[in-house]
Write a protein that binds this ligand. Structure first.
Ligand code: CP
Length: 301
């Protein structure tokens, strides 16, 4: 594997995570630079995206780089039967770096094994979303002043939500306490609970969203319709939790509500007025975190 690829958040040590967060802070102060002059970055999105693709492309443009790629694989030779391997080999002949989103778990790891240039995983199936995690960590650090010793509540689709899987692993460096709130059908998978157990991280599981008074971070997630094999099962759980503004009464002053977005009913619009709502700023932070990730992958910071 190319050593500079970012496939899983476990590719980053604690020191690397802190280095990327510090670089993101600098990019937020000064986002327009020419660090990527003469660099070409490919964004290959085999799955839909608004924030991830556009924030990556904004990050590249603001650093003076150029972007090639696609947002719909049906317009590419994939639709003629070209394999992922051949596609990656070809694109790595054109670009200095590849950012890829793919519906299959493990696709980014596979791409990194056949690519001549670094691969950045922009989400692979229900597996990992490490660049989302870096912007989440940056957002947590900005709002809490620290990453250490925080009460993190994860709510919603903890089974298929790749963002919570990556975030859980990254936060394991910082002595968190987790509360997992999900219906039985969407509970945090055993492998991630085992990971917490092995790392000595405290967690508890709940099925109701009714006591968030101790939370520092309330991380809401969407039920991932696209991962369900049986849509009848999706219909049963799709509206399982809705956060409303009045539910924030009695919560900690420092509480911030995060969501990787898009939301489809998990957060009522009246929450947007609360100073504790942070999800739109969180998405904006993605530009700075991704500038740091790209520059690190290319050996520029
Ligand atoms: N958070 C996130 O991955 O959003 P998009 O699917 O819009 O990229």
């Amino acid at each position: 594997m190319n050593v500079k690829s970012l496939v899983s958040i476990t590719d980053y040590s604690k020191e690397k995570i802190l280095k990327i967060v510090e670089a993101a802070e600098r990019f937020e102060v000064n986002p327009n630079q020419d660090l990527l002059k003469n660099k070409v970055v490919a964004t290959l999105f085999f799955e839909p995206s608004t924030r991830t693709r556009l924030s990556f492309e904004t990050a590249i443009n603001r650093l003076g780089g150029r972007v090639i790629g696609f947002s719909d694989a049906s317009n590419t030779s994939t639709s003629k039967g070209e394999t992922l391997k051949d596609t990656i080999i070809m694109v790595s002949n054109y670009a200095d770096l590849i950012v890829m989103r793919h519906p299959l778990d493990g696709a980014a790891r596979y791409a990194s094994e056949v690519s001549n240039v670094p691969i950045i995983n922009a989400g692979d199936g229900a597996n990992q979303h490490p660049t989302q995690t870096m912007l989440d960590l940056y957002s947590i650090k900005k709002t809490q002043g620290t990453l250490e010793n925080l009460n993190i509540y994860m709510v919603g689709d903890l089974k298929y939500g790749r963002t919570v899987h990556s975030l859980l692993m990254a936060m394991s460096h910082f002595n968190p306490k987790f509360t997992f709130i999900a219906p039985d059908e969407l509970k945090m998978p055993e492998e991630y609970k085992r990971f917490c157990y092995e790392k000595g991280i405290e967690y508890r599981e709940m099925s109701e969203l009714n006591d968030i008074s101790e939370a520092d971070i309330l991380y809401m997630t969407r039920v991932q319709r696209e991962r369900f094999l049986d849509l009848v099962e999706y219909e049963k759980v799709k509206n399982v939790y809705t956060l409303k503004k009045n539910m924030l009464e009695g919560t900690k002053e420092n509480l911030r509500v995060l969501h990787p977005l898009p939301r489809v009913g998990e957060i009522a619009e009246d929450v947007d007025e609360s100073p504790k709502a942070y999800y739109f700023q969180q998405a904006k932070n993605g530009v700075y975190a991704r500038q740091a990730i790209i520059c690190d992958a290319l050996g520029l910071i």
